[in-house]
Design a protein around this ligand. Structure first.
Ligand code: DGL
Length: 257
């Protein structure tokens, strides 16, 4: 079974890619909705929560864990890899390919505060930046909007415009989505970018990495295709979104962990 977790439903953007690649596997997803957003939280808290969630997912049968959250990856993946003997796949803002492919020499990155100050991001930036200009922006309010299943209201479009337009004005030809919640805003982002830059979503690459690391199993039992757990409660629109990503029956459990 493949375990996935995020501070909320953002990890569903990675789940979607996993299901595409590994449709015959079984999944267990944990949404730490009670503690969402992780972005402004201190790294030790996220590290501790990530360990608790990992224990929980292992208890549910997970044999590999996809940390489908850039912020949790930044705060905790090193700790998880040192403390558990199972494969972990993490998120990393895709600034390396964006920097290497940029022709204008300007790249925009939209991510949470925790991701942008994490060693993972800063090291990648230091290694590949060269003389490319990297414009960083914290996507304030976006995670909360996605959690409300608000992907395209005027308010959300306004927020996105205020983050992305200045990047485009400065000549960015790549906009990196450095938070797993943001791909749910893709249609609105595309409308704003209007072909002026390439939008980079690392989720497909992360799913391919999980595919490489996971020893596939044949499932002939009654295990549901995916069991979704939340530390708060799943709203109806979120359940609908989750169901829309799978062809098979799923189960939902609230107030876990
Ligand atoms: N989806 C997460 C990420 O990729 C977490 C966002 C948050 O909770 O602030 O960073």
């Amino acid at each position: 079974m493949i375990g996935i977790f995020d501070s909320g439903i953002g990890g569903l953007s990675v789940f979607k890619e996993l299901v595409r690649l590994l449709p015959d596997e079984r999944y267990v997803y944990f949404s730490d909705s009670r503690n969402c957003p992780y972005g402004p939280k201190a790294a030790p808290f996220i590290k501790e929560r990530s360990s608790q969630i990992t224990d929980f997912l292992i208890g549910q049968g997970a044999e590999i864990i996809v940390v489908a959250c850039n912020t949790a990856t930044a705060a905790a993946i090193k700790h998880l890899r040192e403390n558990y003997r199972m494969p972990f796949v993490g998120m990393e803002p895709a600034i390396k390919p964006a920097i290497l492919r940029s022709e204008s020499g300007v790249v925009g990155v939209l991510a949470t505060a925790g991701t942008l100050k994490g060693a993972l991001y800063l090291n990648t930036l230091a290694t590949f930046k060269g003389d490319v200009k990297v414009i960083e922006r914290i996507g304030e309010g976006l995670v909360e909007a996605v959690e409300r299943a608000d992907f395209d209201s005027p308010e959300v479009e306004g927020l996105l415009r205020s983050y992305i337009e200045p990047m485009l004005d400065e000549g960015a030809d790549h906009i990196v989505l450095g938070c797993t919640h943001y791909p749910f805003l893709l249609d609105t982002i595309k409308k704003i970018v209007d072909g002026r830059a390439k939008i980079v979503n690392p989720a497909p690459a992360v799913a391919r990495q999980a595919d490489r690391l996971y020893a596939k199993k044949a499932h002939h039992d009654d295990t549901p295709f995916c069991t979704f757990y939340s530390s708060a409660a799943f709203t109806e629109p979120v359940k609908e979104l989750a169901r829309s990503l799978t062809a098979s029956p799923c189960e939902f459990y609230d107030n876990t962990l």
